[in-house]
Structures are given as structure tokens and as C-alpha cells.
Design a binder for this molecule. Sequence first.
Ligand SMILES: Cc1cc2nc3c(=O)[nH]c(=O)nc-3n(C[C@H](O)[C@H](O)[C@H](O)COP(=O)(O)O)c2cc1C
Length: 482
Amino acid sequence: MSVLFVCASPRGRQSSSLWLSEYVEAALPAGTEVDRVMLGDLGLEEADPASDPRLEDLVGRMRSARVVVWVLGLYTFGVPSGLRLLFDRLLTTTATADFAGRGAVALLTSARFQDDRVLDRLRLVSEQLGFGWIGDVSVLGNPVTGFESGQPLVRLAKRIAGEIAEVVQGGPVPPARSLPVERSVLAPGPDRGPGRGDPLSDLASPGPDLRGLPAGPSPILVLTGTSADVDPSVAEAIAAIRDAATRPVEVLDLARVRLRHCTGCYACNRELAGRCVQPDALQAVRGRMSRAGAVVVVSRAGAAMPDLALRRLAERMWGDCHRPPFTGIPGAVAVVRGGPVADLAGDDLALFLSLTGIRVVGRWTDAPPDPEVRRQAVALEIRRLERAMDEGVDEPDRYSVTASRLAFRDMALRWSFYLRADYRYHRLNGLLADRPRWRDLGFRLMARSERLFRAMVAGGRRTAERRHAHRLDVLRRERGQA
Ligand SMILES: Cc1cc2nc3c(=O)[nH]c(=O)nc-3n(C[C@H](O)[C@H](O)[C@H](O)COP(=O)(O)O)c2cc1C
């Protein structure tokens, strides 16, 4: 088999990235052997990665392909958590020799907010797995309204199909751009050990926001993506925070919290409050965050990304990025065992926290080899954090945060799809002032009327499906004539 499409959207067959991949498939030369894996159907084993026949089967299919194509939508500035899990498993169980001489491609659909961040990461991970990076396509699209008409969608699909075909027909794969990163960094091992249950299970029932309130001053909430009892570096980070803090410190081990992955249902966009509607511990976690005096996130950097549990949290809090609930709470980000890619995972986390309203005032890694120096580094950052808790943060945001926030808002504004969670913010901040009045009126109606919003979404989907079928038809006919 020549080309393997690995489709990672949690929306499965209803996803827009799948549509994009179908254009690419239809543009491949007739006779090209193609295989397709829907990651959601595969159901990779999270608990016991060592003996997962589904993973072995997938690795076998990847090895027999000449080109592997990652097909995905962008989920809160990152890859869908199913793909994050797959990367973890591949980096743990394979060696670069397994995929040497093969090419990788990414097909991404999104609102184009931070698409390049994710494409760069996909390239890095693919190269570390042993693939040569052929290229990528990133298009504006969503599964509800489809693709923006007028964008060079089909031309891009044909271009990348041509590049894939060259490699399938024996052309060279490009050499790596990235230097090798140790597997101990990219695949740092399990994130949670056996035993102890979900620390929030008693809070996952209705009304979590009112329970478990700690007495006394607001605590520093430490969210860890890996359990302290499976990774001593995480334990060391927590101990250093406790030593340095003069406030109570509350630790929430997200690796043990039952957080489902985002299903891509878009309810967070439909909901005025922007909250995820899946019934699990998410609201309890959000409750803890909103009551915290400060939030510190501790992660490793497997696959050069935040831990899986933190990836899930970010995905599920997409609506919170649109309607930030934690405005004014100071925060800090720590990445342990991240080696040369620590800053990549740290940047992802800082961006996520910033868009939920948290002001990231501290950051550190465990780079210093001397444990005493590492402790000092943590102490300095915790002092800075506590000062921000006492005095507030009046320092203006730096360029990257300001630019990201503005770009995010601008894109949300252009995409009326995000309206319901965003509308109030846009109106309060005067962002609708210089827009055509009819559009503002349309926004207002949709923000008020659930029915109108649903009708618009259903109508958009029907049109999108019609256009999709037409594009595929044209591409297939062209191939037939070639
Ligand atoms: C939970 C969630 C998070 C999203 N995060 C981003 C994002 O960070 N940047 C962006 O440009 N688009 C984002 N989007 C929009 C999706 O990337 C876009 O709709 C994409 O087409 C979905 O692909 P799929 O249908 O293949 O899953 C998000 C959508 C959802 C539902």
C-alpha cells in the first residue's frame, strides 16, 4: 500500500478534515493504493500501552505505506488528543528506522488560529519518528459550514497530491530539518500509575462549584498532567512549590481526573456561556481554577506538547478561550524533563492559560542540573507569583500575548460561527462598532435566538455537503479523463 491517511478528528466521518483528505485522495493518480484509518474507531488502549494489538496493527500499516498523511482539525491550538495519544505510543514503541525512507504530510482544517504552531509540531514529531516531511495544507474550514468559497482549496489539494505521488513513485523524501531529540524527552513514560482513583470523582456530580471549598486564603492550585508518583521530576516540582509558597498549595493530578476527550460537538460554540456540556469532572476542575488565588501548571513535554491530560483540558475549555472565566488570576507554567523542547510545551500552556484570562507571570523548567539551583529557580517564580496575588498584575501583556489575543478575537469576529460565546465580549469591548450594521444585527439575532442559530448551522451544513459532493465529483471525473 502506498498512502495511509490517519484521520484524527474526534468528529470521525463528520469531520471537515476528512473531506479535505478526500479531495487529496481523489487528486492522486489513478491506481495509487490508498488505506485509511479512523483513529476514533481504532480506540487506542490508554491503560496498558505495552500490549495493544490495535497499535501493532496500525504500526504495521504505517510501515507498509510509502507516505503517511496526518488528517486533522485544530483543537485549542493543538492536535486532537487522540493524535496526541498516538504520537505518545509511536514514540514509545518504535524507532526511527521503522519509518526511514517514508514521507509524512499534514492536512489541517481550522479557523487558522495558530495553524502554523501545530504544523511545525507535526513536522517535528514526524521527523523524530523517522519520516521525511513532504509538506502540508492548511485550509479555513469547519464541519458545519464547510470551506470558505473562493479559497484555493482544490488547487492546494492537487498540489499536495502531486507531491505525495512523486514520493510514492520513488522520488526522494526530504531530509530532516530538526536535530534529533532524545526519546526520553519525547516519550517520557506513563503519565499515571495503577491504583488510586479519580481525585475529583466525588465532585463530578451536579453542583461541583459549591463543594470542596478550602478554608482560609485562596490557594495556589497546581495542575499536573502527570502523576507525581510515576515521575519523580513532577514530585520534585510540587515539593519545590510547596517549600517556596507562603500560601496553601492545592495539587490536582489531572492524569487521574476522569476528563473525556473533546468530541467536536461544538456545543461550546452554541452555548452562550461557552461551557462544555459533557458530564464529567470538567466543571469541578473549572470550579477549582476559578476559586484559586493562582494557577500553576506542571507538565512534561512528550511529543513536544503538553501532557495528554492537559491537552484534553485545553480542548474541553475551548469555549473558555472565547469567554475567559479566569480574568485576573495570576498563573505560572513549569515544564519538567522537557530538554530542548521544554519551551514548545511551555508556550502552548502559556497561550492556553492566557486565553482563559489567566495572567502568566512565571515560567520555569528543570534545566539546571544542580537540584539546589532548581529549587532556587522555583522559589523565585513562586515569589513573583505571590506578589502578583497580593498586588495584582498591572504590567501590560507582552507582544506575543497581546498579538495572540487580538488575532484570536479578530478571527472569532470574522467567523460568526463562534458568535454565541463571543458576542458579549465583542459588544462590551466595542469590537462590533466598525462593522456593517446588518452583520451586527445578524449577530444580535443569533446570540438571542437558539432556534435561529440552529437553523443557520443546519442550513450551512446542507450547503457544505452539497458543495463537497460537487468538488469530489469534479476531481474524480478529472482523474478519469487523465
Ligand atoms: C473544541 C474546538 C477547538 C478548536 N480550536 C481551534 C483552534 O485552536 N484554532 C482554530 O483555528 N480552530 C479551532 N477550532 C475550529 C476547528 O479547527 C475547525 O472547525 C476544524 O475544521 C475542525 O476539524 P474537523 O472537522 O476535521 O474536526 C476548534 C474547534 C473546536 C470544536
